[in-house]
Design a protein around this ligand. Sequence first.
Ligand code: A2P
Length: 317
Amino acid sequence: AVREVLLSSGHRMPLLGLGCWQSPAEEVSLAVEAALEAGYRHIDTAFLYLNEEAVGVGLHRWLKSSGTDRSNVFVVTKLPMNGMYAGGVEKFLKKSLAALQLSYVDLYLIHLPVGVKGQHDLDILPKTDDGHIVIDCATDLIALWKEMEQMVDAGLTKSIGVSNFSIKQIRRLCAIARIPPAVQQVELHVHFQQRKMQEFCRNNNIVITAYGPLGSPGRSTADTVPRLLDDPVVRLVADRHGVTTAQVLIRFLIQQGIITIPKSTNPQRIKTNGEVWNFSLTEVEMEALKSIDKGEAGRSFTFASFPGLDEHPEFPL
Ligand code: A2P
C-alpha cells in the first residue's frame, strides 16, 4: 500500500500521523515513542497544544534508541493565533523549533485564519480580565503568508500550509503565493466528509489532513454529537474485516489519499490504530461509508471555546 502522498512542495508526507491535541505533556513523550515504535512516521503538534517540548523528548529518545535519522520522521507544528502579527511567524516558529529541539520542521501550518488582539509576546493566548480572547478581524493573511514563504527559504520548514481555513481564505492565499499552501488541515470524518473542501483541494493540488477522524470522543462537548466509533455501518464493516471501528474510520480516509492524525496517548490503541495497511475496504464498503455523511450536522468543532470566533464573518468554515 502507498503510505505517503507527494506534496506540491516536492516533499513526501506519511498518510498516518499521531495527533497530539489534548495529549498531556506528561503522557505525550511516551505516546510519541509508542507511535514511532508502531511504525508511524508523522507527528502532529502545535504551539497551542503546550506539549511541544514533551513531543521533542519522545521523538529524540526514540531516534536515539532506534538509531534512526531525524529525516525519517515528518514533524508538523502550527503558528498560534497570538503569533499572527508582522514578524510573528519567524519568532514563533523558532520558539517551536527550540521546544522540539529541531533545526527544521517538515510542515508549518497557520493554525487558524484569524489572530487575536492583545499582548503578543506571551506564550499563551492573551485574554481579557474576564477570561475571553479577542479576535483580530484585521489579521493580514497575505502578509503572514509571505512570512511563511520566507521560513521555507530560511530552511526552518520544508513545507507550509494552513488549518481551519475556508475555501475563500485559501483562494486569497493562492492568488498571491510564490509557494502555494501544500496542506489544509481540517475536521473531516465519515459523519462530516467536507465534499466541497475535498473537491477544492483536489483541484488545487492541496492535500488534506483530517483531524478528529474518530469523532474526537475525548472532547468536553463530545456527548452532544453522535459517536462515530458506535456507528452501525462502521461497526458492520469492521466486523466483516475483523478489525476495530477506529481502524475502519482511519482506513476510510487514507484509502482516499486523505492524511489523518488519530489522537491517542494509550500505547495499545496507538498500535492498533496504526494497523491499517494489511486490509482494504471494498468499493461497496467505501460507498456505504460515504453514504453516512451528515454534512454540516456532523461537524464537531465550532471553536466555541474561542469566544467571538463563531461570530467571525467566515466561521464556521
Ligand atoms: P485515548 O488517548 O485515551 O486513546 P480524535 O483523533 O478523533 O480526536 O480522537 C481522539 C480520542 O479518541 C481520544 O480521546 C482517544 O483517547 C480516543 N481514541 C483513540 N483511539 C481510540 C480507539 N482505537 N478506540 C476508542 N477510542 C480511541
